[in-house]
Design a protein around this ligand. Sequence first.
Ligand code: HEM
Length: 125
Amino acid sequence: MKRVSDRFMQLGVSAGIVGMALGVMMGKTEDFTLAPVHAHINLLGWVSMLLYALVYRAVPKAAEGRLPTIHFWLNVVCFLAMIPSLALYLMGNKAAMIPLALSSAGGWLSMVLFAVIVFKATWRE
Ligand code: HEM
């Protein structure tokens, strides 16, 4: 994928809009049931995706090869599965725990992959 950093940046700012809008709505309705959803959209979406984008820009070697593309898709698919699963779970749907657990584990794996990418690109003999 060309410019994995651009894609992460675009998704990060989009997540920021959605996450902050949910924060505004929670404040307006005084219903904080979905506060953890708001926190995860902002922290895994806006903050983490922007950080991935900035690292890929600051360390161009990290953006080389196929691993960054795998990191991007694993991260995005797990994020998009985790957010609605978490919302359903918090609204009382206990069966949502299965996709929630799977997508959370996948999100963690994408972080491990990112760590491998960063170590490979920054390791000095
Ligand atoms: C327009 C911007 C934002 C608004 C209006 C907003 C609003 C809120 C509200 C109303 C709560 C619930 C407070 C409570 O339970 O008493 C909350 C919780 C929280 N927010 Fe935000 N927020 C905003 C941006 C952000 C951002 C940018 C982040 C992180 C990068 C963030 C992270 C959190 C966290 C970690 C919690 C605690 C969640 C929990 O208790 O489970 N918020 N926010």
